[in-house]
Write a protein that binds this ligand. Structure first.
Ligand code: AP5
Ligand code: MG
Ligand code: ZN
Length: 223
């Protein structure tokens, strides 16, 4: 399976990625997770990205494209497929991805677009907690961990992301609308777009995505 999860901040991309990877076994490539790890490790990449991330701005295209290129070229990723979470986020990134997939002689199967209203986004992000180890997302009300402060999946410590402050959330939302939303039309024109109502429960969204993907892969198999 080779797919993109598109959607505004807090739409549930990371949450749904968790289920999809369990089901299909593809490589989960979250540019946000990679950049946050680099920031924590204080690596060269992390130092370059930090100022942009803390403000809720996008990290420059060249940096992110280079990172994705390196991962998708990896032979093990080529074998199992990938789920892109938080990439592409600009038209330049989408075009660079098209070129890269051409070089690798691979095609996208679907671009799943999670549709969620701004008011829901603020509600979700303000009470999100993330695992330091496996990066799983929880929500204090909607998706609480079994034990407070501890990840259900790996026992890791849960923390609040520094960009989950109201002011930064609103900036991220604005950046999404200006720079990322045009990708919906871009992928619709390529016939790859699958819109999913992301306002429902985690389980309902997950079922809706799986159903659509199954229909698509059936079609591929019949062709
Ligand atoms: P990134 O880490 O990608 O953040 P984002 O796009 O803002 O998305 P989030 O991770 O905040 O949300 P999500 O959709 O994964 O939601 P989640 O599943 O956690 O990027 C961070 C930064 O890195 C960017 O601002 C930028 O600086 C940089 N960056 C990254 N990629 C880049 C790129 N390609 N180019 C340039 N810069 C880049 O869910 C959110 C909450 O809601 C959780 O609490 C969850 O439990 C809850 N929830 C989820 N689903 C449901 C549901 N159905 N019902 C109720 N609650 C739910
Ligand atoms: Mg995420
Ligand atoms: Zn964990």
């Amino acid at each position: 399976m080779r797919m993109i999860l598109l959607g505004p901040p807090g739409a549930g991309k990371g949450t749904q990625a968790h289920y999809l990877v369990e089901k299909y076994g593809m490589y989960h490539l979250s540019t946000g997770d990679i950049l946050r790890e680099a920031k924590e490790a204080d690596s060269e990449l992390g130092r370059q990205a930090k100022a942009y991330m803390d403000k809720g701005e996008l990290v420059p295209d060249e940096i992110v494209i280079g990172l994705v290129r390196e991962k998708l070229q990896d032979p093990s990723v080529r074998l199992v497929g990938f789920l892109l979470d938080g990439f592409p986020r600009t038209l330049a990134q989408a075009k660079a991805l098209d070129e890269l997939l051409d070089e690798l002689d691979q095609e996208l199967v679907a671009v799943v677009n999670l549709e969620v209203q701004p008011v829901t986004i603020v509600e979700r992000l303000a009470k999100r907690r993330v695992c330091r180890e496996c990066k799983a997302s929880f929500h204090l009300e909607f998706n609480p961990p079994e034990t407070e402060g501890i990840c259900d999946y790996c026992g890791g410590e849960l923390y609040q992301r520094s960009d989950d402050q109201e002011e930064t959330i609103l900036r991220r939302l604005n950046v999404y609308q200006q720079q990322t939303e045009p990708l919906i039309t871009y992928y619709d024109q390529k016939g790859l777009l699958v819109n999913i109502d992301g306002e429902r429960s985690v389980e309902e969204v997950s079922e809706a995505i799986t159903k659509q993907l199954e229909e698509l892969t059936d079609k591929h198999d019949c062709a």
